[in-house]
Ligand binder design. Sequence first.
Ligand code: ZN
Ligand code: FE
Length: 253
Amino acid sequence: MDNASQWEIEQILTGDNYIYLFVQGSEAVVVDPSEAAPVLELLKGRNLRCTCVLNTHDHWDHTGGNEELKKKTGCLVVGPDQGIPAIDRIAAKDTELDEYIPGLQILPVPGHTHGSIAYHIPSARIIFTGDTLFASGCGRLMGCSADTMYGSLMRLASLPPQTRVYCGHEYTLENLRFAALMDPGNDAVRIRLKEVESLYREGKTTMPSTIGLEKETNPFLRVHSADIRNTLNMDGKSPVEVFAELRRRKDVF
Ligand code: ZN
Ligand code: FE
């Protein structure tokens, strides 16, 4: 566990829920286990030991596997609030989790829920964004203001562009179709839409994205774009107003 450069990511896609394993040697940290069974199967198949579960927020489709994973592996369960099943440690900014992933940082990213956090591993150039930032999309505002979510998205957008983004759900195709409507002059969106269609045909996932790619193809990070503002008829409006209108339209897309 002392060499942060020796790691790999395993992805499990159940329905549209992503579960990730950050694997170092024979140890795995599991991010957002919606269920335990496929994780236990992978651990067994690869002879890995689960040391820790990290939850980005308290929704069941990210925490449903916590209890069983803890019972069967004895792992530590970490998440942002008391509502997390089987929680051992509440992660806020500066929570020490170095023993599980060297250099792991907790980023508060409220917006989808008040408590939402992202897990950032700068040495590996990886971030797990839960339901805050999706590939070409963002999470719904569940009790938070557009202003709050926009602030969190801007914080994520400020990370180095090479940072690989692993998000909570496979919504990429639908998100890109929405992006193509809102941002019709954006070639990067058109190209990515084609790429994602062929990934789907090959039965592959669309993760990871990168912060750089999101800044080119995610309409929620592009509220300054003249094209998007024209589409919405919102010239001269503030970034947050444009963001809120995009989010409203996506809710009924
Ligand atoms: Zn959620
Ligand atoms: Fe979710």
